[in-house]
Design a protein around this ligand. Structure first.
Ligand code: EPU
Length: 429
């Protein structure tokens, strides 16, 4: 079992380079299943969700090789349908993109239910609604989602009941090679949706409107290989921005698209920080104090749900009471208990957190309850002049490329240690 040990209290200073976006790379990697040929993908982050996806695709016949750090060649010419490894698929959320990719290529699909962070119920009814609109007959049985059709996906009009990143991407992938035109209404507008559309278009797809709430996909008979660079990870960037302010430091965050960070920048400026924008970098400097604020998570371009736990950690150090309203997921507050162990005074009422700032945090053994919640406790630990041990860090490594190395380079006292698994003693009689 690995742990992260942080001796906090050092402000972060210096420059950090952001890796490729997890949530853009995942759909794009699965979308290569549509391509009979070689795709070269650049700026792929070195994280376990991606490595797991590579294993899933290798298991169905993809040939994947690393050309250099962050650059991979993927050849899905010989991929077969319906044979993905159930245990690997259930480890991550992004594996559900294999459904859209198999349906688009083979006209049928069979993939286990996806896993991912535990935020309460995470239905896939909108994905199913979309696949059915494209002519799929969808069944869910024995832990699998299965799609059948008569001769493949056929373009159609779909109006999603809510803004779903996963459903928008899954249906867009399936529709890229469908017969006829698909129009997705109430589509998610996240930058990763745009990135996947750009990748598919580079392979010969005809997708327009990505980034707005109406996406039009004119199906093409086949896609060809290409070379494509994934966009930078806006959530990794936002996490470093928040960590810089929480430790009262100043950090230049490079390889970013500042536009994608605007909602986070705006909130940090409200708390008294300064954010300077460059072409592909932002410089974040803490103010003298951190002022209270209120955050409501919303689909893009609103404040991202994937940034609220990190923001909660920062607001524990603010003056006064701040509020966070989580409007995307029904239960994304499991990490709050860990912050409370560190002395945070946080009340949860339904989907709203009231964070009483100003109470000094203290070290405590804590766990990463999920990917972003794990980084929230890391940020809290970075502010505490004492030693904090964080367990279950495999959840953090799902989505952050070399986070310990990057924080160390900014002056954090942080190390990863391996702890032998606990010896289970026989029960006393
Ligand atoms: N929803 C439904 N039905 C569906 C799909 C979604 O009710 O068929 C609901 C969800 O339960 C949620 C809301 O709609 O309440 C939005 O879910 P969405 O589909 O947008 O999220 P997702 O595709 O499951 C992706 C990211 C998450 C990120 C969300 C929101 C990946 C692999 N995951 O999840 O990323 O929080 O979009 O932006 O792209 C993370 O990176 O830490 C992470 C959790």
């Amino acid at each position: 079992m690995d742990k992260i040990v942080i001796t906090g209290g050092n402000p972060l200073f210096g420059q950090v380079e952001i890796s490729g976006s997890k949530n853009a790379a995942l759909p794009i990697i699965y979308a290569t299943v549509l391509v009979k040929g070689k795709c070269v993908l650049e700026n792929i982050p070195d994280i376990s969700d991606i490595n797991c996806s590579f294993e899933i695709l290798r298991g169905v016949g993809a040939k994947i090789r690393m050309l250099s750090r962050g650059t991979y060649e993927i050849d899905c010419t010989d991929v077969v349908c319906g044979q993905s490894d159930y245990e690997l698929v259930r480890r991550i959320r992004g594996s559900y993109y294999l459904l859209g990719a198999e349906f688009g290529r083979f006209g049928r699909a069979r993939v286990g239910f996806p896993g991912g962070c535990n935020f309460g119920v995470r239905p896939i009814d909108q994905h199913i609604k979309g696949f059915e609109a494209l002519g799929g007959r969808v069944t869910t049985d024995g832990g699998y989602v299965e799609i059948e059709s008569d001769g493949g996906a056929v373009g159609s009009n779909i109006f999603f009941d809510l803004s779903s990143v996963g459903a928008t991407l899954n249906v867009m992938i399936a529709a890229a090679t469908a017969e006829g035109t698909t129009v997705i209404d109430n589509a998610a507008r996240e930058p990763h949706v745009v990135d996947c559309a750009n990748f598919l278009n580079t392979c010969g797809a005809r997708i327009s409107g990505a980034g707005s709430d109406v996406i039009k996909i004119k199906g093409v008979p086949e896609l060809h290989g290409c070379t494509y660079a994934i966009i930078p990870d806006m959530i990794e960037a936002g996490s470093f921005m928040v960590a810089a302010v929480a430790t009262r430091g100043s950090v230049k965050i490079t390889n970013v698209i500042p536009k994608h960070l605007e909602s986070v920048s705006a909130k940090l400026i409200e708390t008294g920080a300064t954010v300077e924008e460059f072409d592909d970098a932002v410089m974040v400097t803490a103010g003298k104090t951190v002022k209270r604020t209120s955050v409501k998570t919303l689909p893009y371009p609103g404040f991202p749900t994937d940034m609220h736990p990190q923001m909660a950690a920062l607001l524990c150090t603010a003056e006064g009471t701040s509020y966070i309203n989580e409007s995307i997921f029904e239960n994304r507050f499991r990490y709050v208990e860990e912050l409370r162990r560190m002395g945070a005074r946080i009340k949860a009422d339904g989907r709203v957190l009231a964070i009483e700032g100003g109470t000094p945090l203290t070290p405590a053994p804590v766990i990463a309850t999920d990917l972003r919640g794990g980084v929230a406790v890391m940020i809290a630990a970075l502010t505490i002049p004492g030693v904090t041990e964080i367990s279950e860090i495999q959840l953090i490594e799902r989505g952050y490329d070399n986070i310990c190395g990057k924080l160390r380079a900014l002056g954090a006292n942080i190390k990863k240690i391996s702890v032998p698994d606990e010896i289970v003693l026989p029960q006393a009689k």
